[in-house]
Design a protein around this ligand. Structure first.
Ligand code: SF4
Length: 158
């Protein structure tokens, strides 16, 4: 059986969810490596392919037009997209600037414009279809394992 082709991507956030993924690998790496091909995972220094991804796990909210384009590219190339962590699912806590008052918003405006930020920070589901989610801030380890192993069973690696 072919292995499940997995990508893990980060957008606006503190990468706490991806750090938790690395902690999960302390116990799961040798089991999963038999069934999972990590084809695009920056923290594993694997950026081989954006093509034919079975499952893309995506961390972080979306705050720039560059991120919108990248997220849409991921969606186009992935059979399933899983939002991992609160930032990706709801936008929070990375979306705090959405609630700034007008005075504070004007203060940060030069920074937003300089780095091509969008008016609002949004969750993934505002921009693309999201198939699944792993809640938590950072992600709940057991839930991530459950979702990964569900797709291994459904889509490959058996
Ligand atoms: S959900 Fe929490 S841990 Fe994950 S990237 Fe956002 S702030 Fe960090």
């Amino acid at each position: 059986m072919p292995k499940l082709r997995v990508g893990i991507f980060s957008f606006t956030g503190d990468e706490g969810c991806v750090i938790t993924f690395l902690e999960i690998l302390n116990t799961k790496f040798f089991e999963w490596i038999e069934k999972v091909d990590f084809v695009n995972v920056r923290v594993l220094q694997k950026k081989v392919s954006m093509e034919n991804i079975d499952v893309a796990f995506v961390e972080g909210a979306i705050s720039t037009e560059k991120e919108v384009a990248k997220l849409k590219e991921i969606r186009q190339n992935s059979k399933k997209v899983v939002a991992i962590g609160s930032c990706a699912i709801s936008g929070a806590p990375s979306n705090h600037r959405n609630l700034f008052d007008e005075k504070t918003r004007l203060e940060i405006l030069p920074i937003l414009e300089r780095f091509h930020h969008r008016e609002k920070v949004v969750p993934l589901s505002n921009l693309i279809l999201v198939d699944d989610q792993v809640p938590g801030c950072p992600i709940i380890e057991e839930k991530f394992i459950e979702v990964m192993e569900k797709y291994v069973k459904e889509m490959g690696g058996n």
